[in-house]
Design a binder for this molecule. Structure first.
Ligand code: BEZ
Length: 386
Protein backbone atom coordinates (compact mmCIF):
# COMPACT_ATOMS: atom_id res chain seq x y z
CA UNK A 1 0.00 0.00 0.00
CA UNK A 2 2.79 2.31 1.03
CA UNK A 3 4.64 1.34 -2.11
CA UNK A 4 1.61 2.10 -4.31
CA UNK A 5 1.09 5.47 -2.61
CA UNK A 6 4.72 6.42 -3.07
CA UNK A 7 4.70 5.33 -6.71
CA UNK A 8 1.62 7.44 -7.32
CA UNK A 9 3.16 10.46 -5.65
CA UNK A 10 6.34 10.12 -7.67
CA UNK A 11 4.39 9.49 -10.88
CA UNK A 12 2.29 12.60 -10.28
CA UNK A 13 5.34 14.63 -9.40
CA UNK A 14 6.96 13.66 -12.69
CA UNK A 15 3.86 13.76 -14.89
CA UNK A 16 2.73 17.18 -13.71
CA UNK A 17 4.46 19.95 -15.62
CA UNK A 18 7.07 21.47 -13.37
CA UNK A 19 6.68 25.10 -12.46
CA UNK A 20 9.56 27.39 -13.40
CA UNK A 21 12.44 26.86 -11.03
CA UNK A 22 10.98 23.57 -9.76
CA UNK A 23 13.09 20.47 -10.37
CA UNK A 24 12.06 16.82 -10.69
CA UNK A 25 12.57 14.76 -7.53
CA UNK A 26 15.82 12.87 -7.42
CA UNK A 27 15.84 9.36 -8.83
CA UNK A 28 16.48 6.99 -5.93
CA UNK A 29 18.85 4.22 -6.98
CA UNK A 30 19.20 1.39 -4.46
CA UNK A 31 22.65 -0.14 -4.85
CA UNK A 32 22.59 -3.54 -3.17
CA UNK A 33 26.11 -4.88 -3.59
CA UNK A 34 28.83 -6.65 -1.58
CA UNK A 35 31.24 -4.16 0.00
CA UNK A 36 32.78 -6.74 2.35
CA UNK A 37 33.85 -10.37 1.90
CA UNK A 38 35.30 -12.28 -1.02
CA UNK A 39 33.26 -10.28 -3.61
CA UNK A 40 33.90 -6.80 -2.12
CA UNK A 41 36.07 -5.55 -4.98
CA UNK A 42 33.43 -6.68 -7.49
CA UNK A 43 30.76 -4.57 -5.77
CA UNK A 44 33.01 -1.53 -5.77
CA UNK A 45 33.84 -1.90 -9.47
CA UNK A 46 30.12 -2.15 -10.34
CA UNK A 47 29.34 1.01 -8.38
CA UNK A 48 32.29 2.81 -9.98
CA UNK A 49 31.13 1.86 -13.46
CA UNK A 50 27.53 2.89 -12.73
CA UNK A 51 28.58 6.27 -11.33
CA UNK A 52 30.95 6.89 -14.23
CA UNK A 53 28.12 6.62 -16.76
CA UNK A 54 25.88 8.89 -14.67
CA UNK A 55 28.67 11.46 -14.38
CA UNK A 56 29.18 11.33 -18.15
CA UNK A 57 25.48 12.25 -18.52
CA UNK A 58 25.96 15.34 -16.35
CA UNK A 59 24.86 13.59 -13.16
CA UNK A 60 21.34 12.87 -14.45
CA UNK A 61 19.49 9.83 -15.74
CA UNK A 62 16.18 10.31 -17.53
CA UNK A 63 16.40 14.02 -16.72
CA UNK A 64 16.59 13.39 -12.96
CA UNK A 65 19.48 13.84 -10.59
CA UNK A 66 20.48 10.62 -8.89
CA UNK A 67 20.48 9.83 -5.19
CA UNK A 68 22.30 6.63 -4.23
CA UNK A 69 21.16 4.51 -1.31
CA UNK A 70 23.67 1.76 -0.56
CA UNK A 71 23.39 -1.56 1.22
CA UNK A 72 26.27 -3.97 1.83
CA UNK A 73 24.66 -7.34 1.11
CA UNK A 74 27.82 -9.23 2.23
CA UNK A 75 27.08 -11.82 -0.51
CA UNK A 76 24.83 -13.43 2.09
CA UNK A 77 21.58 -14.86 0.70
CA UNK A 78 20.18 -15.36 4.21
CA UNK A 79 20.13 -11.56 4.73
CA UNK A 80 19.08 -10.66 1.20
CA UNK A 81 15.29 -10.52 1.58
CA UNK A 82 15.54 -8.19 4.59
CA UNK A 83 18.11 -6.03 2.83
CA UNK A 84 16.11 -5.61 -0.34
CA UNK A 85 12.90 -4.97 1.59
CA UNK A 86 14.63 -2.10 3.40
CA UNK A 87 15.43 -0.49 0.06
CA UNK A 88 11.94 -1.02 -1.36
CA UNK A 89 9.69 -0.47 1.65
CA UNK A 90 11.71 1.87 3.88
CA UNK A 91 13.68 3.90 1.35
CA UNK A 92 11.17 3.70 -1.52
CA UNK A 93 13.84 3.41 -4.19
CA UNK A 94 12.80 3.89 -7.83
CA UNK A 95 15.16 1.19 -9.05
CA UNK A 96 17.16 -1.64 -7.51
CA UNK A 97 20.64 -2.33 -8.83
CA UNK A 98 22.22 -5.57 -7.59
CA UNK A 99 23.79 -7.87 -6.94
CA UNK A 100 26.98 -9.89 -7.45
CA UNK A 101 26.06 -13.20 -5.76
CA UNK A 102 23.47 -15.39 -7.51
CA UNK A 103 21.71 -16.36 -4.28
CA UNK A 104 21.32 -12.70 -3.28
CA UNK A 105 20.09 -11.74 -6.76
CA UNK A 106 17.39 -14.44 -6.67
CA UNK A 107 16.03 -12.96 -3.43
CA UNK A 108 16.09 -9.51 -5.06
CA UNK A 109 14.26 -10.84 -8.12
CA UNK A 110 11.54 -12.33 -5.93
CA UNK A 111 10.92 -9.00 -4.16
CA UNK A 112 11.12 -7.09 -7.46
CA UNK A 113 8.57 -9.43 -9.01
CA UNK A 114 6.22 -9.24 -6.00
CA UNK A 115 6.35 -5.44 -5.68
CA UNK A 116 6.82 -4.46 -9.33
CA UNK A 117 10.02 -2.54 -8.51
CA UNK A 118 12.43 -2.07 -11.40
CA UNK A 119 15.51 -4.32 -10.99
CA UNK A 120 18.72 -4.25 -13.01
CA UNK A 121 21.16 -7.05 -12.19
CA UNK A 122 24.74 -5.85 -12.87
CA UNK A 123 26.49 -9.19 -12.30
CA UNK A 124 24.88 -12.27 -10.72
CA UNK A 125 24.41 -14.92 -13.38
CA UNK A 126 21.65 -17.04 -11.76
CA UNK A 127 19.73 -18.52 -14.66
CA UNK A 128 16.41 -18.24 -12.80
CA UNK A 129 16.56 -14.42 -12.80
CA UNK A 130 15.96 -14.34 -16.56
CA UNK A 131 14.54 -17.89 -16.63
CA UNK A 132 11.76 -19.10 -14.36
CA UNK A 133 11.61 -15.73 -12.51
CA UNK A 134 11.76 -13.53 -15.61
CA UNK A 135 9.48 -10.50 -15.50
CA UNK A 136 8.79 -7.31 -17.47
CA UNK A 137 10.49 -5.21 -14.73
CA UNK A 138 13.66 -7.36 -14.36
CA UNK A 139 16.74 -6.76 -16.55
CA UNK A 140 20.34 -7.93 -16.53
CA UNK A 141 23.40 -6.07 -17.86
CA UNK A 142 25.78 -8.98 -17.31
CA UNK A 143 25.40 -12.67 -18.35
CA UNK A 144 23.97 -15.98 -17.22
CA UNK A 145 26.35 -18.44 -15.59
CA UNK A 146 25.59 -20.76 -18.50
CA UNK A 147 27.03 -18.40 -21.16
CA UNK A 148 30.82 -18.43 -20.47
CA UNK A 149 30.65 -22.10 -19.40
CA UNK A 150 28.93 -23.20 -22.59
CA UNK A 151 31.37 -21.27 -24.80
CA UNK A 152 34.35 -22.85 -23.03
CA UNK A 153 32.85 -26.36 -23.31
CA UNK A 154 32.64 -25.98 -27.08
CA UNK A 155 36.14 -24.54 -27.34
CA UNK A 156 37.85 -27.21 -25.22
CA UNK A 157 36.09 -30.10 -26.97
CA UNK A 158 36.98 -28.71 -30.40
CA UNK A 159 40.58 -28.35 -29.26
CA UNK A 160 40.61 -32.12 -28.77
CA UNK A 161 40.58 -32.29 -24.98
CA UNK A 162 38.71 -35.42 -23.92
CA UNK A 163 38.67 -35.75 -20.12
CA UNK A 164 38.07 -32.83 -17.80
CA UNK A 165 37.51 -32.31 -14.08
CA UNK A 166 35.43 -29.29 -12.98
CA UNK A 167 35.97 -27.50 -9.68
CA UNK A 168 33.91 -24.67 -8.23
CA UNK A 169 31.88 -23.35 -5.31
CA UNK A 170 28.68 -25.23 -4.49
CA UNK A 171 25.98 -22.67 -5.20
CA UNK A 172 23.98 -21.51 -8.22
CA UNK A 173 26.89 -19.72 -9.94
CA UNK A 174 29.35 -22.60 -9.63
CA UNK A 175 26.78 -25.28 -10.43
CA UNK A 176 25.40 -23.47 -13.46
CA UNK A 177 28.82 -22.55 -14.82
CA UNK A 178 29.99 -26.18 -14.56
CA UNK A 179 26.70 -27.45 -16.03
CA UNK A 180 26.91 -25.07 -18.99
CA UNK A 181 30.47 -26.25 -19.58
CA UNK A 182 29.48 -29.92 -19.33
CA UNK A 183 26.49 -29.51 -21.66
CA UNK A 184 28.66 -28.20 -24.53
CA UNK A 185 31.75 -30.30 -23.74
CA UNK A 186 29.90 -33.62 -23.72
CA UNK A 187 27.73 -32.68 -26.72
CA UNK A 188 30.99 -32.23 -28.63
CA UNK A 189 32.57 -35.54 -27.59
CA UNK A 190 34.28 -34.77 -24.25
CA UNK A 191 33.68 -36.35 -20.85
CA UNK A 192 33.54 -34.67 -17.44
CA UNK A 193 35.23 -37.17 -15.11
CA UNK A 194 34.50 -35.50 -11.80
CA UNK A 195 32.54 -32.45 -10.61
CA UNK A 196 34.38 -31.19 -7.53
CA UNK A 197 33.13 -28.44 -5.29
CA UNK A 198 33.30 -26.82 -1.87
CA UNK A 199 30.88 -24.51 -0.04
CA UNK A 200 30.93 -20.77 -0.83
CA UNK A 201 33.12 -18.88 0.19
CA UNK A 202 35.54 -21.56 1.48
CA UNK A 203 39.08 -21.56 0.11
CA UNK A 204 40.51 -24.79 1.57
CA UNK A 205 41.37 -26.28 -1.84
CA UNK A 206 44.15 -28.71 -0.86
CA UNK A 207 42.17 -31.97 -0.67
CA UNK A 208 40.46 -31.23 -3.99
CA UNK A 209 43.77 -30.39 -5.68
CA UNK A 210 45.14 -33.74 -4.49
CA UNK A 211 42.09 -35.43 -6.01
CA UNK A 212 42.68 -33.66 -9.35
CA UNK A 213 46.31 -34.82 -9.37
CA UNK A 214 45.22 -38.41 -8.72
CA UNK A 215 42.51 -38.29 -11.45
CA UNK A 216 44.95 -37.02 -14.12
CA UNK A 217 42.44 -35.32 -16.46
CA UNK A 218 43.55 -33.62 -19.71
CA UNK A 219 42.51 -30.27 -18.20
CA UNK A 220 40.50 -28.55 -15.48
CA UNK A 221 37.54 -26.17 -15.92
CA UNK A 222 36.83 -23.81 -13.04
CA UNK A 223 34.60 -21.00 -11.81
CA UNK A 224 35.76 -18.88 -8.90
CA UNK A 225 35.71 -15.09 -8.53
CA UNK A 226 37.09 -12.30 -6.36
CA UNK A 227 39.27 -13.21 -3.38
CA UNK A 228 38.50 -16.93 -3.75
CA UNK A 229 39.72 -16.90 -7.37
CA UNK A 230 42.99 -15.28 -6.32
CA UNK A 231 43.66 -18.05 -3.82
CA UNK A 232 42.54 -20.86 -6.12
CA UNK A 233 44.80 -19.85 -9.02
CA UNK A 234 47.76 -19.43 -6.67
CA UNK A 235 47.14 -22.76 -4.94
CA UNK A 236 46.73 -24.55 -8.29
CA UNK A 237 50.11 -23.29 -9.46
CA UNK A 238 51.79 -23.91 -6.09
CA UNK A 239 50.54 -27.53 -6.12
CA UNK A 240 52.54 -27.99 -9.34
CA UNK A 241 49.46 -28.90 -11.40
CA UNK A 242 49.60 -26.18 -14.04
CA UNK A 243 52.24 -27.73 -16.30
CA UNK A 244 50.60 -31.13 -16.81
CA UNK A 245 46.94 -30.28 -16.27
CA UNK A 246 46.22 -26.90 -17.88
CA UNK A 247 43.71 -24.66 -16.15
CA UNK A 248 40.72 -23.20 -18.04
CA UNK A 249 37.78 -21.33 -16.64
CA UNK A 250 34.97 -18.85 -16.80
CA UNK A 251 36.65 -15.43 -17.10
CA UNK A 252 35.77 -14.37 -13.55
CA UNK A 253 38.63 -16.59 -12.38
CA UNK A 254 41.15 -14.11 -13.79
CA UNK A 255 39.18 -10.84 -14.08
CA UNK A 256 40.04 -8.07 -11.63
CA UNK A 257 42.41 -10.51 -9.93
CA UNK A 258 45.62 -10.49 -11.96
CA UNK A 259 47.58 -8.03 -9.78
CA UNK A 260 47.09 -10.37 -6.83
CA UNK A 261 47.55 -13.64 -8.75
CA UNK A 262 50.89 -12.63 -10.31
CA UNK A 263 52.74 -15.29 -12.29
CA UNK A 264 50.40 -18.05 -11.06
CA UNK A 265 47.81 -16.87 -13.61
CA UNK A 266 50.17 -16.74 -16.61
CA UNK A 267 48.69 -18.30 -19.78
CA UNK A 268 45.39 -19.36 -18.16
CA UNK A 269 42.64 -19.35 -20.82
CA UNK A 270 39.13 -18.23 -20.01
CA UNK A 271 35.88 -17.24 -21.71
CA UNK A 272 33.98 -14.05 -20.93
CA UNK A 273 31.98 -11.21 -22.51
CA UNK A 274 34.88 -8.78 -21.96
CA UNK A 275 38.65 -8.71 -22.47
CA UNK A 276 41.34 -6.17 -21.57
CA UNK A 277 42.57 -5.52 -25.09
CA UNK A 278 39.50 -5.16 -27.29
CA UNK A 279 41.07 -2.01 -28.73
CA UNK A 280 37.80 -0.51 -30.00
CA UNK A 281 37.36 3.28 -29.79
CA UNK A 282 34.38 2.74 -27.44
CA UNK A 283 36.34 0.53 -25.06
CA UNK A 284 39.45 2.70 -25.22
CA UNK A 285 37.42 5.77 -24.25
CA UNK A 286 35.76 3.88 -21.39
CA UNK A 287 39.06 2.54 -20.08
CA UNK A 288 40.68 5.94 -20.20
CA UNK A 289 37.79 7.64 -18.40
CA UNK A 290 37.65 4.90 -15.75
CA UNK A 291 41.40 4.96 -15.14
CA UNK A 292 41.40 8.76 -14.87
CA UNK A 293 38.47 8.82 -12.44
CA UNK A 294 39.40 5.94 -10.17
CA UNK A 295 43.18 5.50 -10.71
CA UNK A 296 42.39 1.85 -11.42
CA UNK A 297 42.05 -0.34 -14.48
CA UNK A 298 38.48 -1.38 -15.20
CA UNK A 299 37.36 -5.00 -15.31
CA UNK A 300 34.24 -6.85 -16.43
CA UNK A 301 32.36 -5.79 -13.28
CA UNK A 302 32.99 -2.11 -14.00
CA UNK A 303 31.64 -2.62 -17.53
CA UNK A 304 28.51 -4.33 -16.23
CA UNK A 305 27.88 -1.46 -13.75
CA UNK A 306 28.37 1.09 -16.53
CA UNK A 307 25.92 -0.80 -18.76
CA UNK A 308 23.36 -1.14 -15.96
CA UNK A 309 23.29 2.67 -15.88
CA UNK A 310 23.03 2.76 -19.69
CA UNK A 311 20.02 0.42 -19.61
CA UNK A 312 18.40 2.58 -16.96
CA UNK A 313 19.09 5.67 -19.06
CA UNK A 314 17.57 4.14 -22.20
CA UNK A 315 14.41 3.08 -20.36
CA UNK A 316 13.95 6.38 -18.52
CA UNK A 317 14.53 8.42 -21.64
CA UNK A 318 11.43 6.73 -23.10
CA UNK A 319 9.34 7.36 -19.96
CA UNK A 320 10.62 10.93 -19.38
CA UNK A 321 12.18 9.85 -16.11
CA UNK A 322 9.17 7.96 -14.75
CA UNK A 323 10.36 4.60 -13.35
CA UNK A 324 6.78 3.43 -12.76
CA UNK A 325 5.96 3.26 -16.50
CA UNK A 326 7.26 -0.27 -16.80
CA UNK A 327 5.75 -1.25 -20.13
CA UNK A 328 7.23 1.78 -21.93
CA UNK A 329 10.53 1.28 -20.12
CA UNK A 330 10.71 -2.37 -21.21
CA UNK A 331 9.67 -1.62 -24.80
CA UNK A 332 12.51 0.91 -25.16
CA UNK A 333 15.14 -1.36 -23.65
CA UNK A 334 13.98 -4.41 -25.64
CA UNK A 335 14.56 -2.66 -28.94
CA UNK A 336 17.82 -0.95 -27.96
CA UNK A 337 21.31 -1.79 -29.11
CA UNK A 338 23.43 -1.09 -26.06
CA UNK A 339 26.69 0.63 -26.92
CA UNK A 340 28.82 -1.20 -24.36
CA UNK A 341 32.61 -1.12 -23.95
CA UNK A 342 32.39 -4.93 -24.43
CA UNK A 343 30.87 -4.41 -27.91
CA UNK A 344 27.27 -3.66 -28.85
CA UNK A 345 24.69 -6.03 -27.41
CA UNK A 346 20.92 -6.44 -27.30
CA UNK A 347 18.70 -7.92 -24.64
CA UNK A 348 16.82 -11.16 -25.29
CA UNK A 349 13.05 -11.42 -24.75
CA UNK A 350 13.86 -12.60 -21.23
CA UNK A 351 16.03 -9.43 -20.72
CA UNK A 352 19.47 -11.08 -20.66
CA UNK A 353 22.36 -9.87 -22.88
CA UNK A 354 22.79 -11.57 -26.25
CA UNK A 355 26.50 -11.05 -26.62
CA UNK A 356 29.83 -12.23 -27.99
CA UNK A 357 31.81 -14.46 -25.62
CA UNK A 358 35.54 -13.91 -26.01
CA UNK A 359 38.36 -16.41 -25.59
CA UNK A 360 41.11 -14.72 -23.56
CA UNK A 361 44.56 -15.66 -22.33
CA UNK A 362 46.45 -14.16 -19.41
CA UNK A 363 49.52 -12.29 -20.64
CA UNK A 364 51.24 -10.19 -17.98
CA UNK A 365 48.53 -8.23 -16.15
CA UNK A 366 45.97 -8.56 -18.95
CA UNK A 367 43.25 -10.92 -20.11
CA UNK A 368 44.27 -10.64 -23.75
CA UNK A 369 41.73 -11.19 -26.49
CA UNK A 370 42.48 -14.38 -28.46
CA UNK A 371 39.30 -14.74 -30.54
CA UNK A 372 35.52 -14.69 -30.37
CA UNK A 373 34.64 -18.09 -28.89
CA UNK A 374 30.91 -17.71 -29.45
CA UNK A 375 29.22 -15.01 -31.51
CA UNK A 376 26.01 -13.40 -30.17
CA UNK A 377 25.43 -16.18 -27.66
CA UNK A 378 21.92 -16.15 -26.13
CA UNK A 379 21.07 -17.95 -22.91
CA UNK A 380 18.31 -20.54 -23.52
CA UNK A 381 16.17 -18.80 -20.83
CA UNK A 382 14.72 -22.09 -19.68
CA UNK A 383 11.44 -21.63 -17.82
CA UNK A 384 10.86 -18.00 -18.85
CA UNK A 385 7.25 -17.34 -19.78
CA UNK A 386 6.99 -13.75 -20.88
C1 BEZ B 1 27.37 -15.17 -9.17
O1 BEZ B 1 27.18 -15.48 -7.99
O2 BEZ B 1 26.48 -15.27 -10.03
C2 BEZ B 1 28.72 -14.65 -9.61
C3 BEZ B 1 29.58 -14.11 -8.68
C4 BEZ B 1 30.80 -13.61 -9.10
C5 BEZ B 1 31.15 -13.64 -10.43
C6 BEZ B 1 30.29 -14.19 -11.36
C7 BEZ B 1 29.06 -14.70 -10.95
Amino acid sequence: MNFIRTSLLVACAIAAPLAIGQTAPKLKVGLMLPYTGTYASLGTAIENGFRLYVTEQGGKIGGREVEYIKVDDESDPSKATDNVNKLVKRDHVDVLVGSVHSGVAMAMAKVAKDTGTLLIVPNAGAEAVTGSMCAPNIFRSSFTNWQPGYAMGEYMAKKGLKKVVTITWKYAAGDESANGFKEAFEKNGGKVLKELNLPFPNVEFQALLTEIAATKPDAVYTFFAGGGAVKFVKDYAAAGLKKNIPLYGAGFTTDGTLEAQGDAAADVMTTLHYADSLGTPRDNAFRLAYAKTYKLQPDVYAVQGYDAAQILGIGLLATKGDASKKAEFAAAVEKARIDSPRGTFTLSKSHNPVQDIYLRQVVGKENKLVSVASKALADPARGCKM
